[in-house]
Design a protein around this ligand. Structure first.
Ligand code: FES
Length: 164
């Protein structure tokens, strides 16, 4: 899955006038392949970028969009910023955490779901806003969250597409 990473990363790097500007897109490229950015991802990115691995890691850990551990099959991200909190996002997050038996940032033991409380998703008018595997999931109330989890637990991956 990551065999063609170097060639794709170099092609990406050439699109930018300054090489270092491509660092974030290249980290996204790795994460898209592996699901997270491992130590191997840091080192291979550093080689392509001709940067020290510590520099790559410092950028990686600054942005919450990047993950350092494997995620579940479904990554549920619920916005935790003001507009969504005013519309009950804290209840949705707490409900999901109870229902799944995990805290935000954790993955269920069966590897099905990773729950994350994230910064503004730029969809404040559809609060509480959420994403499932980066697909838009508007107005995720606790009731809607239950329907979503039920569908995912029954293997209904299409539910993610229906929300999007
Ligand atoms: S505050 Fe939640 S999407 Fe903006």
């Amino acid at each position: 899955m990551t065999a063609d990473f170097e060639a794709e990363a170099r092609a990406l790097r050439e699109r930018y006038p300054r090489g270092t500007t491509a660092l974030i897109p290249i980290l996204h490229l790795w994460q898209g392949k592996e699901g997270y950015v491992s130590q191997e991802g840091i080192e291979r990115t550093a080689r392509v970028m001709e940067l020290p691995p510590a520099y790559v890691e410092s950028v990686l850990t600054f942005y919450t969009l990047f993950r350092r551990e494997p995620t579940g099959r479904y990554r549920i991200q619920v916005c935790k910023n003001l507009s969504c909190m005013l519309q009950g996002a804290d209840e949705t997050i707490a409900h999901l955490a109870r229902r799944l038996g995990i805290e935000p940032g954790e993955t269920t033991p069966d590897g099905l779901v990773t729950l994350e409380a994230v910064e503004c998703l730029a969809a404040c008018d559809e609060a509480p806003a959420a994403q499932v595997n980066f697909r838009w999931c508007p107005r995720l109330t606790p009731e809607a969250a239950d329907r979503l989890i039920d569908a995912l637990a029954q293997g209904d991956a299409e539910v993610v597409r229906r929300y999007g």
